[in-house]
Design a binder for this molecule. Structure first.
Ligand SMILES: O=C(O)CCC(=O)C(=O)O
Length: 286
């Protein structure tokens, strides 16, 4: 097992202050971008291990040209924390989990799952979608932190959002596909949810609700767009009746052993804030 050669866990535990205005903007717009959340040194350290794990665990074998729109968008590798204690330190960061809890206004958050999303050079756009289409969760207090592991200018495909669209009901039933992009582009042309599409500085991250519509442009550069994400849910979240086959699959994989109505608290869903002793890095990764 690798151990961390830098005192990174201290930075990952230090609180980052979100003020009342930022909390209000997150709840109004359904997302927020926050600068200077993580240092360049810390990102460089964890990025090495995350990239290593993506290389080891990505199951993608097809050339870009032969993949679906979803497959062209990124290499997707999930729950890396269960494979690497170094990644576990990063994913279990109390600094990040506390921001999620404060933005959503819940007393604590659990992990739903993590995922690395690497958009390869020449990789396609990420079609517009909402994440909660995929999640069998009975509540809206779910959000994702999107953490670019390098500065992300427009040509790398930064994440963009439709402001306020967490209240937009049309298109929630669409899976990530060329069709979701086409239908939602048309729907948002006649809505008042402006597209917020901006680069990310190194150290800047965003948080978005599970119901906020978002997309990302293609990677028109010659280097990968490396991104790590962590999905947080209200620590009191309950499991919903799965609404589609994706949710049935998510229930068995990310909430193993649970059924509709249960507390969403399987061994894969530790409380990350407030920090529980069992959620501290140092427990054996599987
Ligand atoms: O990274 C991307 O291209 C898409 C990310 C996304 O959809 C998400 O994190 O919810």
């Amino acid at each position: 097992m690798l151990s961390s050669p830098v005192p990174a866990p201290a930075e990952l535990a230090t609180p980052y202050s979100v003020n009342a205005d930022q909390i209000a903007r997150f709840r109004r717009d359904g997302f927020i971008k926050l600068k200077h959340v993580l240092s360049a040194e810390l990102l460089a350290h964890y990025s090495r291990e995350i990239t290593n794990q993506v290389g080891l665990r990505s199951k993608e074998t097809l050339p870009l040209a032969e993949r679906t729109a979803y497959g062209k968008a990124f290499l997707q590798v999930m729950n890396l924390w269960t494979h690497s204690q170094v990644v576990q330190e990063f994913v279990f960061s109390p600094r990040l989990a506390r921001i999620a809890a404060e933005l959503m206004g819940v007393r604590g958050v659990r992990l739903y799952h993590d995922q690395a999303l690497y958009k390869e050079p020449g990789g396609g756009l990420t079609p517009m979608h909402v994440d909660q289409y995929y999640w069998p969760l009975a509540g809206d207090a779910v959000c994702t932190v999107w953490i670019p592991l390098q500065a992300t200018p427009p040509e790398l495909g930064p994440l963009s959002f439709r402001a306020g669209s967490q209240r937009f009901k049309h298109g929630r039933e669409l899976a990530i596909s060329e069709e979701s992009e086409r239908q939602l582009q048309a729907a948002f042309k006649v809505s008042d949810h402006p597209l917020v599409e901006e680069p990310y500085e190194l150290g800047e991250v965003s948080f978005h609700y599970g119901w906020t519509f978002h997309r990302a442009g293609p990677n028109n550069s010659d280097r990968p767009r490396a991104v790590m994400t962590v999905i947080y849910m209200d620590a009191d979240m309950r499991v919903a009746v799965p609404a589609n086959p994706h949710q049935e699959s998510d229930l068995s994989v990310w909430l193993p052993g649970l059924k509709p109505g249960d507390h969403a608290a399987s061994p894969l869903n530790p409380v990350l804030y407030p920090v529980e002793p069992s959620a501290r890095p140092g427990i054996a990764a599987r």
